[in-house]
Design a protein around this ligand. Sequence first.
Ligand code: MN
Length: 415
Amino acid sequence: MKLAVAYATDVGRVREGNEDNLLVDEHLGVFAVADGMGGHRGGEVASSTAVEALRAAIAAGQTIDAAITTANTAVIERASGDPTLTGMGTTLTALHPLAGTRLLIGHVGDSRAYRLRDGELERLTEDHSLVEELVRDGRITREQAEVHPQRNIVTRALGVDADVEIDLLTIAVQTGDRLLICSDGLTSMVREREVARLLGTGDNMQEIAEHLVQKAVDNGGEDNVTVVVIHVLEADPAHDDAALVTDAQNDPSAPEVDGRTAVQPIVATPLASAPSADLAAPPSRNEPIEPTVVSDSELPRRRRRWWRVFGKATLAILPILLVLGAGAVALHWVTYRDYYVGTAHGSVAVFKGDPDGIVSWWNPKLQWVVTGLPVSRLAEASRAQVQAHGGMCHTESRRAVEACVARLQRLPAAP
Ligand code: MN
């Protein structure tokens, strides 16, 4: 396949920096546009990290979808090493020509790939954006989507989740086709009819790239705008990989859309789609992501895990603890409510407790006070009483037990 490739990018009229990035490597045969997002320098770093990692991965022999997964990992790792980059992300739309007439497209986000053939512009990629979902669900029209206030919110991006879902497409080209990869800074400023006209006008691809970008800037330039334009100079079916073509044609699950074989989206790893939607808020380019967004959202996750393990268990046993605690207090009060007089180390002593015991095998008692009165000095009858099981003067009243002891001390001593 012979190609003529050109590119252009512009910061636009509103943004302070250009967070778009692009990759044109004709030797490796990989072309890409990345549109970064994130506060501080985040967007710029995310998009450049992604395209550099993509190029290195393709150079190392990885397939396009594996290379995009590698790029995703690179963006996540780059962000984790620098707190000011936390929360950054990027779109990535990459095009990888095969021998013959086939092209692979790997795609995440709301940058786009188009093919122009015989004046007809066909969008090859599906935006991973909120408004695209609303259009698909029939809740807004395509026209409403173009001016929707949340049209910048992407639902998929690199750098957000380790399990990124990548759309992988195989398309067929023929000699004379023109391809365009662009950031949303072009398509949000220039209508597709105008894009088609400019892409098809003239043969100087560099001029075409610059005209497209200039048109977006002239129309307001509200966003960074980046285009890679490719003219298919020669696409020879004789060089097609027979296995690839046959597979694509025979595979009933691969719907043929106007000559484009829409391959099922490749899920980079199992369980890719479920967690990413919930855990990470889709980055918005209207509201630059604060560097703390992701770490803030991880904090409640950690708290939730703590709560799952300890909090719920504590809550479950709390009533039991309360009942046990109240029971212990009540038992203590009942057990040591009474006073009685007995003996300790040969002297008369006052005990708190129930001499009959709470139950037959448990007879708790607290020695409350030891008087200076030796048991040996008590009269025979009194001595027998204080030494008997149950002691004497068993009473709830402290005053009564004190009177009892005083009476013993006044009684005549043993002879
Ligand atoms: Mn953009």
